[in-house]
Ligand binder design. Structure first.
Ligand code: NAP
Length: 283
């Protein structure tokens, strides 16, 4: 069984990016600049935003974190985004989700300039993925595809099952697997007899957001299992994925741990997207 070391694969990607970024001051007169906006003090968001800043530092990307009061009005936040859109010194903009309930996330996402949308959530970027026109890939699905590449798994011709159909993980990763010529099935809360579907998978991506949604009887021998979930284990209180790791690891051909699998890849892909946004401005 291969334990897919997302930490190492992400570190290699960051190192390659750092080498590239080191050449930018001479070529372009500056390095890329990512602005991350955090609204309020949600503990998970505080950690995610801090990790993003650390990754920027490791790659040599200039980064600014703007912390806004949780009571900021939607219009004030949109105005802040518009000013960042217009700032020639800003290459990438990320507004950490989730936002307080009084702010419409869809409004925020569509206000970020498409060419600075490092998350790949803007409707034009989403449409680009589905229409195969130029776009920014969303970070988590892109990170999953890189993990498969890193362990030499070619999706072409394989049966892939994705558990979860959210706009940020399930749907885009299903589309990316389809574009790499896998035969893809999506599962969700209305799927009847999910084990009979997941057992067919040669590649199983699980993004449900529920601990132990996938148990050993749902996985076929030798399957590649990518666990996207980030949950608190109801029994131990520790961070865990969606897959019953200890049992599934006995059957899987390869599996991602949580933490240390998809999470680091998401941030590495964010760094890659920031570099891409920067380079597009000089093209
Ligand atoms: P989401 O928007 O809540 O979507 C969850 C999806 O899973 C929905 O499509 C839901 O089906 C399906 N689902 C939930 N419970 C299920 C069950 N028991 N059986 C089958 N399907 C089920 O979540 P998300 O944003 O996609 O995130 C999923 C997980 O990935 C979360 O734990 C999140 O924290 C994690 N995540 C991790 C990263 C990372 O970098 N590692 C990035 C993003 C998200 P319906 O559509 O029928 O409701």
């Amino acid at each position: 069984m291969i334990l897919i070391d997302g930490k190492k694969i992400a570190a290699d990607l960051r190192a390659a990016l750092a080498e590239k970024v080191a050449t930018f001051p001479e070529k372009y007169g500056r390095v890329p600049h990512l602005v991350v906006v955090r609204v309020g003090e949600d503990p998970a968001s505080v950690v995610y935003v801090r990790n993003k800043a650390r990754a920027c530092d490791a790659v040599g990307i200039r980064n600014t974190t703007l912390v806004q009061d949780e009571n900021i009005t939607e219009e004030a936040l949109l105005e802040l985004i518009r000013s960042l859109n217009a700032d020639p010194e800003v290459d990438g903009i990320l507004v950490q989700l989730p936002l307080p309930k009084h702010i419409r996330e869809s409004k925020v996402i569509e206000t970020i300039a498409r060419e600075k949308d490092v998350d790949g959530f803007h409707p034009y970027n989403v449409a680009g993925l589905w229409q195969k026109t130029p776009h920014m890939n969303p970070c988590t699905p892109a990170g999953i595809m890189k993990l498969l590449d890193a362990i030499g798994v070619d999706p072409k011709g394989k049966r892939a099952v994705v558990v979860g159909r959210s706009n940020i993980v399930g749907l885009p990763v299903a589309k990316m697997l389809l574009d790499r010529h896998a035969t893809v099935t999506l599962c969700h809360t209305r799927t009847v007899d999910m084990p009979s579907v997941t057992r067919e998978a040669e590649i199983l991506v699980v993004a449900a957001g529920r601990a132990r949604v996938v148990t050993a009887n749902m996985v076929s021998e030798g399957a590649v299992v990518i666990d996207v979930g980030m949950n608190t284990d109801p029994e131990t209180g520790k961070l865990c994925g969606d897959v019953d790791f200890d049992a599934v690891a006995q059957k899987a051909g390869a599996i991602t741990p949580v933490p240390g699998g998809v999470g680091p890849m998401t941030i590495a892909c964010l760094m890659e997207n920031t570099v891409e946004c920067f380079l597009a401005r000089f093209a």
